[in-house]
Write a protein that binds this ligand. Sequence first.
Ligand code: DX5
Ligand code: ZN
Length: 218
Amino acid sequence: MKPIIAPSILSADFSNLAKDIEMINNSEADWFHVDVMDGVFVPNISFGFPVINAINKIAKKPLDVHLMIVDPDKYLSKFKEVGAHVLSVHYEACTHLHRTIQGIKGLEMLAGVAINPHTSVSLLENVIADIDVVLMMSVNPGFGGQKFIENTYAKIADLKELILQKNSKAKIEVDGGVDLNNAPKLLKEGADILVAGNTVFSSPDPTKTISLLKEIRG
Ligand code: DX5
Ligand code: ZN
């Protein structure tokens, strides 16, 4: 199976976003990964609805929206309105996670749950059958360009086992520090979707880097 490649807009050139969106449109990438940070759940602020809406107007591929915000329930329908196809909330930010998942699905978006590096995969046991995506953080969320955390490999293997055990259709998405060197092992452990910010946008030829990621097999 070919991996789904989701370049992260956080590493794009914000003074010329249209150019980077066009590049992704014309590349082998599958999704746009869109990081929303509120300065409360994570120590950084990225962008909000007007920017996502603008991206959505020219993006020709689905928006994979990663919410790093507290109280996401307040904004689910707003994210649907600005074009989210996949909407992922953080396990650590949701007191009533099951309700939040139902809310996302009720709005006809794919439901994702993101887990921080310290969060055990076993905590997803009771929701794994209800979700479409697990967004496994391989860095602490908040910034692009951080170093990949090696413990992620073991967590992917655990998650794969849980998915099979529970007969879940959830896809495994890895986010943070993904590059051409660690991608083969991530896919081998069971990852289905690779997010890449720095690896794509800091490379001399981002289109080519996306193709190289797309060609990798586990
Ligand atoms: C981090 C974000 C990531 C980030 C990935 O909080 O969730 O999506 O943009 O960037 P890289 O690939 O540079 O680690
Ligand atoms: Zn992300």
